[in-house]
Design a protein around this ligand. Structure first.
Ligand code: NAP
Ligand code: 8YV
Length: 314
């Protein structure tokens, strides 16, 4: 029997590609010179899309494939998939939750430690021979005993909270709902929380409701001694306001894994001393990316076998 067609929106690792290739006939959208022609050719038969968190699936793509049944997306954040269009057309969407919680939390702590202990700067100091020529590096801050506010106490937020507690940090959180089963104090108001914390850790999804949620008022409340950590999406933070506040010292520092227009990072931000910048590394380990890839494949194969989806979001 012929394998069903699958539109592959972006490249995947070799094992994921091989596993997809076993069960589907792959059509590589990212390699097609004439993308509209490829969609037209696939329209009568294609029920599956496999995509990535950065590439997603647009309304145009969804509507070009009238037989589409499932979009399997790599990454827990699926903000690049037009879920409104998917719902309208009865198309299911899956993501890759949970398997990346530990990795993203670990990278978050790494960024926070790097920012407060000025790890990139002190490493550069040693490499430049300045320890020997100029003496000891200036004293730094530490995490121990500080208060952290988590914006988005979900799967990853809770994992981060546990690690912060190992540093004797006090954890509080903001979300749309109070979570009665959680031991941490809840703030219904984000500005109020920002005023009360030393670190604001952003780990809520990119969505219409979170667009620009970390605005100027929030960052001013965090203040000159406060630190912003963005592990979520660039869309949650007013990036121009953040840069301006960091430049004039009205915001103490920022540890950033995500940006408004990735992979572009504004030159003014790259020039600052009070920031640590990562190229969206939250889940970027061999182990975690392999587990995410397996979940992309498992969801597709479950649907193919007529079994329930493993991690549906729509
Ligand atoms: P999750 O389990 O769905 O948790 C999301 C949390 O955000 C929930 O606690 C939710 O609480 C809160 N939230 C949602 N909308 C909100 C709003 N409008 N205002 C305030 N809080 C809101 O998600 P997760 O698995 O932890 O992942 C979170 C996000 O992290 C992903 O969507 C992705 O964008 C990002 N991420 C980034 C990386 C990276 O590499 N940097 C890796 C993985 C994930 P309420 O419902 O109570 O509001
Ligand atoms: C990935 C992420 O880098 O899972 C997410 O939401 O942001 C990261 O794990 C990305 O989605 C890969 O496409």
């Amino acid at each position: 029997m012929a394998k069903p067609d699958l539109l592959q929106v972006c490249p995947f690792s070799k094992p994921v590609t091989a596993a997809l290739d076993e069960a589907f006939t792959l059509h590589r959208y990212f390699e097609a010179d004439d993308k509209a022609a490829l969609l037209k050719k696939l329209a009568p038969t294609t029920r599956y899309i496999a995509t990535g968190g950065h590439h997603g699936a647009s309304r145009e793509m969804i509507e070009a494939l009238p037989n589409l049944e499932l979009i399997s997306s790599f990454g827990v954040g699926y903000d690049a998939v037009d879920v409104t269009a998917a719902k309208e057309h009865g198309v299911s969407v899956t993501n890759t939750p949970d398997v990346l919680n530990d990795c993203v939390a670990e990278v978050t702590l790494g960024l926070m430690l790097a920012l407060c202990h000025r790890v990139p700067q002190s490493d550069a100091y040693v490499r430049a021979g300045r320890w020997e020529s100029e003496g000891n590096f200036p004293l730094t801050e530490e995490l121990t005993g500080k208060r952290a506010g988590i914006l988005g106490l979900g799967r990853i937020g809770k994992t981060i909270a546990k690690l912060l507690q190992a540093f004797n940090m006090e954890v509080v959180y903001h979300g749309r709902h109070r979570q009665e089963d959680q031991p941490y104090p809840y703030y219904a108001d984000l500005v109020a929380m920002a005023k009360d914390v030393d670190w604001l850790v952003v780990i809520a999804p990119g969505s219409a409701s979170t667009q620009g949620i970390v605005n100027r008022a929030v960052m001013e409340a965090l203040g000159a001694d406060g630190h912003l950590v963005n592990m979520a999406r660039g869309s949650l933070v007013d990036e121009p306001a953040m840069i301006e506040l960091l430049e004039k010292g009205a915001l103490g520092g920022a540890a950033l894994d995500v940006f408004a227009a990735e992979p572009h990072v504004p030159e003014r931000l790259r020039g600052l001393e009070n920031v640590v910048l990562l190229p969206h590394q939250g889940s970027a380990t061999h182990k975690t990316r392999a587990a995410m890839g397996q979940l992309v494949v498992k969801n597709l194969k479950a649907h193919l076998a007529g079994e329930p989806l493993i991690s549906p979001v729509v």
